[in-house]
Structures are given as C-alpha cells and as structure tokens.
Design a binder for this molecule. Sequence first.
Ligand code: ADP
Length: 548
Amino acid sequence: DLSNAIVAQDEMGRPFIIVKDQGNKKRQHGIEAKKSHILAARSIASIIKTSLGPRGLDKILISPDGDITITNDGATILSQMELDNEIAKLLVQLSKSQDDEIGDGTTGVVVLASALLDQALELIEKGIHPIKIANGFDEAAKVAIAQLESKADDVAVSDELFDEYLLKAAGTSLGSKIVSKDHDKFAKMAVEAVKTVMNKERKDVDFDLIKLQGRVGGSLKDSVLINGVILDKDFSHPQMPTEVLPKENEEDVKLAILTCPFEPPKPKTKHKLDISSVEEYQKLQTYEQDKFKEMINYIKDAGADVVICQWGFDDEANHLLLQNELPAVRWVGGQEIEQIAIATNGRIVPRFQDLSSNKLGSCGKIYEMEFGTTKDRMLVIEQCKGSKTVTCFIRGSNKMIVDEAQRALHDSLCVVRNLVRDSRVVYGGGAAEIVMSLAVEEEADRQRGIDQYAFRAFAQALDIIPMTLAENSGLDPIETLSTLKSKQLKENASVIGVDCLGKGSNDMKELFVVDPFIGKKQQILLATQLCRMILKIDNVIISGKDEY
Ligand code: ADP
C-alpha cells in the first residue's frame, strides 16, 4: 500500500521514497496488548536466565560513555540495560524490590515472574480471563508458601550450628559470583561483619554500620575485614608518626573530631583593617599565633591524641600541630566525619571552646596502611570499643572486579542478615521450588473449577527454576526435573535439588546449599504480584506521544 508514500530527492538529486507509516500505528488493546507484554518480559528473562545459579555466566555491560561493568547480579544487569519497553521496566522494578527487601535472589525472581507470564499466556489463549488467572495464581502462591514454610528448617537450634549455617548460606550466595574462588574468605567476612554489628535481642542488623570500601590493587584474597573505619587520607605532615597507640597509662587513643576551621578568626572590625606600620603588622601576626596556640591548647587540655578536621589548615598550623605532637588529618568529608564519630563514640565539635574530654572519640589504634610499593596510603581507625562499625575492605586487580566483588559481598551480607532476622532455611538448587511445585500440583487435582488450570500453570512455572539451573550446568533440564521430582516424592525429602557443581549428590542439605526462607517467600510473593499487575493491563498509553 503506497497511498501514503511521497517521492523526495536527496541533495544529489537521487529520488527516494518516504513512507509515512505512523498513520498505521495502532494502540494495542486486549489480548494483543497482553501478548506483546508477555513477549517483552520473555525477552528480558531470556537474557538473564543464563546467569542463574553457580554455573551461571556473567554479563558484560557497556554504558553509553564506555564504562564497563561485569556482573552476574540480576538487579545490576537489569538496571543497566537501556530498556524502552514499559513492561520490561516493570521487571527491572521487580528485581529492584527483591534487592531492596531481601538483597539476594534478584535473578531468580525475574525468571520466575516471566515463567508465570508465559504460563498465563497459554491460559489466555485457551480463553480464560486474565483476572481469573491472576486470582488462581494468588491462591496457588498461598499453597506454595504454606508448604515451603512447613518444610523449612530452623537452624538456630544451637549457636555452633547457626554459625555453620550462616557461613554456608553466605557461601551459597557467593557460589555464582566472581569471588567464587575465594568464597570461603568472603563468606567469613560477611558473617563476621554481620555478627559484629547485629543486635541479638532485636534480631536486627543495621547496615549503616557496615561499610564496603574497595580499592584497586592486590588481589581478591587480600581483602580484609577491618574493625573500624578506613579513610582515604594520610596524616597532614610527613613527619607525623604512621601509627598512633594509646599513651602510657591510657587505654585508648583519643580523637578530637572538629568541624571548625583551623584558622584564627578574622579580627572583628567594621572598618577596613589598615596596616600602615611594621608594629601593626607584627601585632597582627602575634594575634594569629596566639590564636593558633589557644586552639592547640584547647585540644591538648581536652586530652586528645589525634585531630580529625573537616577543613584544611595552612602550613603554620600544620607545623604547630607537629610541634605539639598532635597528628592530624585534614579535609575529612562530612560523611566520613560522621562515620568516625559513630565508630569512635565521639562527638562532632563545632567550636574549639566546646572541646572537653568526654566529647573525644576513642579507639585502640590509628595507623597508615600502605599498599605495596605504591605511595598511596589509607588511614585505619581500628578497635573502636563501645561501637560496632566495621569496614569490608575489598582489593582486586581492576575496578570491574572490585565492583563486582562488592556487589557479591553485599548479597551475602544480605543473606546473613536475613538469617539473623529469621533463622529458617530452605534448600537451594531448585529443591525449594520442587517442594512447592509438587504441593501446588497436588492441590490442582483437588480443584474443581477453572482454578485447577491456574494451579497447574503455577506449578509448571516453578519448575523453570530447577530446569534453568540444570540447563546452565549442562544437564538435561527435563530429565533432571523428572528425576528430582520422583526422588522427592519417593523419599519424601525436601532436600533434593540440582547438583549444579557435579558433586555427585542431590542432597542439598548434605551439600549445604541453603537459602533463607524469607528470601524464597519474597520471590514468590513479588513474582505473583507482578504477574497480576501485568495481566490487568490491557492498554498502554504513553504520555507525551501523540496517538494516530
Ligand atoms: P540470584 O541473583 O537469584 O540469587 P544466583 O545466580 O545467585 O541468582 O543463583 C541462585 C540460585 O542458585 C539459587 O536457586 C540457589 O539455590 C542456586 N545455587 C547456588 N549454589 C548452588 C550449588 N552449589 N548447587 C546448586 N544450586 C546452587
């Protein structure tokens, strides 16, 4: 149909045809709209599916300005893809919600949601109303979660066992990540960090107290957990000591944390300051020096050993600080100042006059950490009593590795935190999904009405997780799934999952592949909710664009 075609000429006089096809663009309605949504979701899921599990592959993402990210983390992959499909954006949101609330399982939740949508599409094509499908899925999710809950194991029976499980769960989450070679070390780091800052009674972990800091150089195995904070700074004068320990008869190193500038206040005068003679100039200089001395005295009187300043100071002040044996750090950012105050249990002091001994922070030692042969140093403020700030200091040979290791560590910190909050675990490698799938299938047989279709579809969607894990590990998905299912049924064991790493056993409990129960539950809830949301959409109207 060339009725809306125009012939035009380019600058060389060659003719070409412009076909205006906007006129043919239709707004999609009803089933058509749903189909296209589901196809969009499927294409997203197909991209990140191959990242699922310990044999999952990494993705390389290149931003418009050429920055490179290498990652295996579903939430990160999705957040960096430039998507212009609205439904695809909803999936991105989905993995983000899982990330915000649970921190792990971001790949799995998207794979599951897309599998649910796929199943829904088949039902729609059979003529079942989308809302009916969504309702059926909700009911099926309830059955699934109830069954999973009944099979979850509480691991907080003894402290030792709990610690062991914390380590194993942290390890499971790291298994698929770049750090997998050093995953024992990172799992230990995650567990120790969380255990240091957690509030045992309230079963809560304040993530503000755990800082992740990375620095390019060295290798992943040089990463350490530091009981305190690290500053990307050094002492203000090269002759200051590189290590400060408590004074004799003292227990701690005392820190003055100052947000006031280390400079004399300008003489207060309404008029212009006229210096017309040498005497007047000297008077001003003495005034400045007196002021500096006064400031140093305030610090000395309060009993501080080290000065942390938000602002800079000039050579004169620097020299005086050195003379008075007061190692100092200048230009410490506002956020770091706050962190130091929290870690050392000190107060941020805005005026020299306000300094007193009870406002000083305290720590066991402060030292400059050097890196191999390079000149750069960082300051470590360590062994802070009374407070529980920790820093996970990550090393790696390039920025991409350091970044990905940070993300991986974040995931495993989340897993450990989740177990502190709720100490029930379920088994990984798709074992949990098979448990749920079997229960939902069984329930489907009991249903009389249309719900039975939704239940069956839901069970099949759950099967996608073990199937994908098997596929990514080079196993035959369908064969693996049916073997595992019959094994679970025969042995009535909820621990049978995919042996992704070829360890020769399907017993996930034996292999210690565990995931927190609340993480799995959240995956099911979020995926079902998103599916309902998409099934209810039958019209996409994009504001700002004209409709033709
Ligand atoms: P997500 O971003 O969803 O956490 P991962 O790539 O971390 O995705 O994969 C997690 C899945 O891999 C979970 O289902 C977990 O049970 C499974 N898994 C992790 N380690 C193993 C293992 N050693 N053997 C079998 N399955 C594992």
